[in-house]
Design a binder for this molecule. Structure first.
Ligand SMILES: [Zn+2]
Length: 165
């Protein structure tokens, strides 16, 4: 009897979770993302650096590290919004690095100040961080993004709007 009650409670909790996720998810509106390229990579271990002064006077220090363990899917994606369109709150199972080609896009990122991005502006979304990109018009918003994500995982998962917004 106790086991049946436990399973019933677990089932009820799962159903409530699914209901909340569906009713509070923020699906895309006026937004289309098209995959331009997709490649699968093994371990990535790359380091790039510029020596800083005093070893190399006049050069600004620069350091870039990319390291993955296990297979990764790397996507190049063309993202287009109609005026006022938005992606809906979502996450990726890895980093998103992108830039705005045309238009003005408001990028809301959970736990950070909202960015207003113009043509030529770049951005980085950390792994599994809820965010929502919205075209603020007046024209069509166009963005190119690259994603380095865990292989075989969905590129994006809708989430609800974070509670702190
Ligand atoms: Zn995204």
């Amino acid at each position: 009897m106790r086991l049946k009650l436990t399973w019933s409670f677990a089932l009820l909790a799962a159903l409530v979770t699914v209901y909340i996720a569906r009713t509070h998810a923020t699906p895309a509106l006026g937004f289309v993302g098209t995959t331009l390229a997709l490649g699968r990579f093994g371990d990535i271990d790359a380091s790039n650096y510029q020596l800083a002064p005093p070893l190399n006077p006049g050069v600004q220090p620069w350091l870039s590290l990319q390291k993955t363990k296990g297979q990764s899917d790397v996507y190049v994606q063309n993202n287009v919004w109609q005026p006022g369109g938005h992606t809906g709150w979502h996450t990726h199972p890895g980093e998103e690095v992108g830039y705005i080609v045309t238009g003005t896009v408001e990028m809301a990122i959970d736990g950070r100040a909202t960015l207003t991005l113009q043509a030529g502006d770049g951005f980085l979304i950390p792994p599994r961080t809820p965010h929502n990109a919205r075209d603020v018009g007046p024209g069509t918003g166009h963005m190119l993004s690259t994603y380095i994500v865990e292989a075989g995982q969905p590129l994006a998962s809708f989430t609800g709007e974070p509670d702190d917004r």
